[in-house]
Design a protein around this ligand. Sequence first.
Ligand code: AMP
Length: 118
Amino acid sequence: MNKLYDTNNIFAKILRSEIPCNKILENHHALAFSDINPQAPIHILIIPKSPYINFYDFTKNASINEMKDFWNLVNEVIEFVKINRDGFRIITNSGSDGNQDVPHFHVHVLGGKNLGRM
Ligand code: AMP
């Protein structure tokens, strides 16, 4: 366990089923659910089931199988909600400069309309 990981963050509670989520899909190592405050018609979060703080922590420390399952689930979500043709945006915020609110690694998948330029 990464000592800096906050086991009381909201996504850790979702993973422990202490609070509910609107689950979209899951596999052995990753879970996808709707963002509670959607910023686009489609706004889904994908998280690893193990405790990684951010993109850097995940990419540095996760196993190949965890990474494979994670990115496969991202792609399965994209297919499941049928945004592979019209497009989407994937965002991951990290740390204070990235304004990351929940310190459990996640990517936002946004789509369902033209999202404008960044
Ligand atoms: P970030 O700023 O990248 O850490 O984004 C955290 C995201 O988690 C925000 O978009 C929130 O709307 C979302 N969020 C917070 N609590 C919940 C929850 N209980 N269920 C689903 N999404 C949540």
